[in-house]
Design a protein around this ligand. Structure first.
Ligand code: HEM
Length: 409
């Protein structure tokens, strides 16, 4: 078969589209959907590297399941320009499980999965119900308008992750803005570095405190393993970061999607038992954690294409979760469909560790919100809702909502 030279490929390879302003805010950028005719195609990276983009569900899954594709940042090229990282991405810092391969990754992963126990998740379900009700009380008292992001979507996961780790919620100003900087695509590398260092110092203090005086939480539990304080600080920092923005954006963008699809919202209101299935469909439809890059450690054939050692493949989770071969009529939000097999939590060795917690949070939070405010609606025209389309977790920057106060029981 004809193989284009690198120069020819660079000429024709598009860069990763991220702009959604022209279309439906819940759909992937139009140029991305237009690329979906081939499951794997060329992509030009920010530094000029010509690698690949996986848009088909089967190809995306194959890449994520294959240990010949590495998660090590320093081997990857970034699909999106990152200020201060023109020279390439630095390796994962100590305890950053997301950027490691086996066997280092396996060691951390085993220590962690054993501690996301059913008992702990059940305890957290009770807490999430209480904490959600408290957030809704506060929102109701301050109403009848609110920014759903700051009043509900951010505090619910923040309270939960604090509860899980044993982090005092009152100290949230020491980590919340730092996590926001880490996920902000517009922040430069120096600002991100400072935010990460600040986050690590904070978690390290906590680790020392937990060692001295253990409490009933994940961080205390982890101090009984052979992990060093530095490793524990890294792991704690990653858990805080991974658990905050993802779930917050799912809650805010999910609410926006449901308000924009009143027939689906009515179906959920009529049958709260639908919540579990609805959450899976919202995860698929919105796929907020996107994209996921990997680096080929050796030559690998995917979807009939030879990916060469050293090339980066970017998995477009959003495109894969809208693959019509996997999900019929994929652009329709349909809470009654089976969205099983979506890649919103990733796939393979790095599949999201916090997915049970995230599911619990969303299954409790969405129905509670719509039960408390039966007349909830956007307070601005839909096109005025500001989108986070320059961040690696997609969502909304704010979501102004309002409701009829007298109807609230
Ligand atoms: C990994 C999505 C909530 C902790 C991942 C990955 C995705 C993801 C796509 C895979 C990244 C990769 O393969 O490179 C989400 C979404 C969430 C969510 C959409 C909410 C709706 C959470 C929560 C926690 C968490 C609540 C913490 C309690 C982690 C960790 C990893 C991870 C530690 C790394 C696992 C590893 O590398 O082995 N998540 N996540 N996530 N997530 Fe989540």
């Amino acid at each position: 078969p004809y193989e284009p030279t690198a120069a020819e490929a660079a000429e024709s390879a598009p860069t990763l589209p991220t702009d959604r302003r022209s279309g439906c805010p819940f759909d992937p950028p139009a140029e991305l959907t237009a690329l979906a005719d081939r499951p794997l195609r060329r992509l030009r990276y920010a530094d000029g590297h010509v690698g690949w983009l996986a848009t088909g569900h089967a190809a995306a899954r194959a890449v994520l399941a294959d240990p010949r594709f590495s998660s090590r940042y320093e081997l990857m090229h970034s699909p999106i320009p990152m200020a201060g990282l023109e020279e390439g991405l630095p390796p994962a810092q100590t305890g950053d499980i997301i950027g490691l391969d086996a066997p280092e990754h396996t060691r951390y992963r085993r220590l962690l999965t054993g501690r996301f126990t059913v008992r702990r998740m059940r305890q957290l379900t009770e807490r999430v119900q209480e904490l959600t009700a408290e957030c809704l009380d506060a929102m109701e008292q301050a109403g009848p308008t609110a920014d759903l992001v700051t009043a509900f979507a951010q505090p619910v996961p923040a309270l939960m992750i604090c509860e899980l780790l044993g982090v005092p919620y009152a100290e949230r100003e020491r980590f919340q803005s730092r996590v926001a900087t880490l996920f902000d695509q517009t922040a430069d590398e120096q600002a991100k570095g400072e935010a990460y260092t600040g986050l690590l110092l904070y978690v390290r203090e906590l680790v020392v405190a937990k060692r001295a005086e253990p409490t009933d939480d994940l961080l205390s539990d982890l101090t009984t393993t052979d992990l060093t304080d530095e490793e524990l600080a890294g792991i704690g920092g990653v858990l805080l970061a991974a658990g905050l923005d993802t779930t917050a954006n799912m809650l805010a963008l999910g609410t926006y999607a449901l308000l924009s699809n009143p027939d689906q919202l009515d179906a959920l209101r009529a049958d709260p038992g639908l919540a579990g299935q609805a959450v899976e469909e919202l995860l698929r439809y919105l796929s907020v954690a996107d994209p996921i890059p990997r680096a080929a450690l050796e030559d690998v054939e995917v979807a009939g294409v030879l990916v060469k050692a050293g090339e980066t493949v970017t998995v477009s989770v959003q495109a894969a979760d809208r693959d019509p071969d996997k999900f019929p009529d994929p652009d329709r939000l349909d809470l009654h469909r089976s969205a099983t097999g979506h890649l919103a939590f990733g796939h393979g060795a790095h599949q999201c560790l916090g997915q049970q917690l995230a599911r619990v949070e969303m299954t409790v939070a969405f129905p509670a919100l719509f039960a408390r405010f039966p007349t909830l609606r956007l307070a601005v025209p839909p096109e005025e809702v500001p989108l986070r389309d320059r961040a690696n977790i997609y969502g909304v920057i704010s979501l102004p909502v309002t409701w009829e106060q007298e109807e609230v029981a």
